[in-house]
Design a protein around this ligand. Structure first.
Ligand SMILES: NC(=O)c1ccc[n+]([C@@H]2O[C@H](COP(=O)([O-])OP(=O)(O)OC[C@H]3O[C@@H](n4cnc5c(N)ncnc54)[C@H](O)[C@@H]3O)[C@@H](O)[C@H]2O)c1
Length: 360
């Protein structure tokens, strides 16, 4: 019998134990209780939704940034209201999660009164999976647009050097009886986090995700990280990444045009920018009518005639919601190497090791 691979050896952790673990490591690194709770919730939300690339496995790289002094564990973001519907958060190099959370909270507050709220965030850090911000707005009954820029990973169309970020574009709208609409996508064929995850897990990647340093297609994640990510849809994907830089970087006053620092590079602050909009859905009709229309759209999408080989059609965000239901009851699966790296972080600050579910 073949030896089990890292992929087949999974340790399941309950969402509440994952949250407690992350909070204690963060607090051990000087992050306040309030901020630790926000960061832990967002990271565990990613793991629950099956977005393992942006979950608690990011902890070692974030803690390295704190230890190196390029992410300020104690910084408190500040907010300035520019007009009744426009605000700006200066993250002061705090966690992107904390600054963006504050920004979306303000955008929703503005939208509740004026119909729309827009908040720009500067001098921030990586905020992981954008969908947690869409969910934050949905929890307030709001539609949203969530943009961020990120470190160079993608060439512009026709170029060969890394210049633009694999910067995700996300948006959402509430449904009625049916699931909400949640689109959260990087403008590359795949998020770069999927390459880091494959590297962590000793797996290969599909050949059409990235080019190596010589410009050749590769299925080796280590070689892919030396090269460039491929944009989705050719020039259209690279144009979307420029769009994320215009709205998140140029407009906010943060780094742009290839000057955001990679979250795995602990040599200098990241200076990421974000752009957040919350919109009240019942601006032009009652909320009930809006939700009925969303449910009708859902029904039309998922029940359309399927192409050969397709069993089921999903609404954007639905696959992740299904993963969330399963993982809430079965726990979140991590491989040995991930558990070891997380416990290594706990050891550095004298926190307890992550609790793995027994009998799994
Ligand atoms: N903060 C950052 O700098 C950064 C950078 C890159 C990516 N990310 C995050 O990485 C994550 C993954 O990005 P991605 O582009 O690889 O996502 P993805 O390709 O897995 O999914 C993109 C979108 O397509 C939808 N989708 C996927 N398969 C579907 C199907 N079969 N039917 C219907 N809809 C489907 C998903 O619901 C999602 O909304 C995102 O959460 C993103 O925010 C973050």
């Amino acid at each position: 019998m073949a030896a089990p691979t890292q992929e087949s050896t999974k340790h399941h952790v309950s969402p509440s134990d994952a949250t407690t673990f992350v909070q204690s490591v963060l607090e051990g690194n000087g992050v306040s209780k309030e901020h630790s709770a926000i960061v832990a919730k967002c990271l565990v939300a990613a793991d629950l939704r099956g977005v393992d690339t942006h979950g608690i496995n990011r902890i070692p790289s974030y803690m390295a940034r704190i230890r190196q002094g390029v992410l300020d564990a104690k910084a408190q973001p500040t907010l300035t209201e520019t007009t009744p519907v426009i605000g700006q958060v200066d993250a002061h190099n705090s966690f992107g999660f904390v600054a963006a959370h504050m920004g979306m909270q303000k955008a929703c507050e503005m939208a509740r009164v004026y119909g729309i709220g827009m908040v720009s965030v500067k001098h921030s850090n990586h905020f992981g999976m954008s969908a947690w911000l869409v969910q934050q707005a949905l929890d307030e009954g709001m539609m949203s647009l969530v943009f961020t820029n990120s470190s160079p990973a993608l060439p512009v169309w026709g170029g060969k050097e890394k210049l633009m970020g694999v910067s995700p574009l996300a948006c959402g709208a509430p449904g009625g009886e049916k699931p909400p609409f949640i689109l959260d996508m990087a403008p590359s064929v795949a998020a770069r986090g999927k390459i880091y995850k494959a590297l962590r897990r000793g797996e290969k990647i599909p050949g059409d995700w990235a080019l190596d340093a010589e410009g050749k297609q590769t299925d080796d994640p280590a070689e892919a990280l030396k090269g460039v990510m491929l944009p989705m849809g050719g020039p259209k994907g690279s144009a979307l990444s420029v769009m994320m830089d215009v709205f998140s970087g140029v407009l906010s006053g943060s780094a742009f045009a290839g000057h955001v620092t990679n979250p795995y590079d602990p040599s200098k602050p990241a200076d990421v920018g974000h752009f957040l909009i919350a919109l009240k859905p019942d601006l032009f009709m009652s909320m009930d009518e809006f939700k009925e229309r969303m449910d009708y759209l859902y029904q039309r999408v998922v029940s359309c005639d399927k192409m050969a080989g397709v069993d089921r059609i999903y609404f954007p965000g639905e696959i992740e919601q299904i993963a969330e239901q399963t993982r809430k009851s079965d726990g979140i699966p991590y491989v040995d190497a991930e558990i070891k790296a997380l416990n290594g972080e706990a050891d550095k600050v004298g926190a307890e090791h992550i609790r793995v579910m027994s009998g799994r």
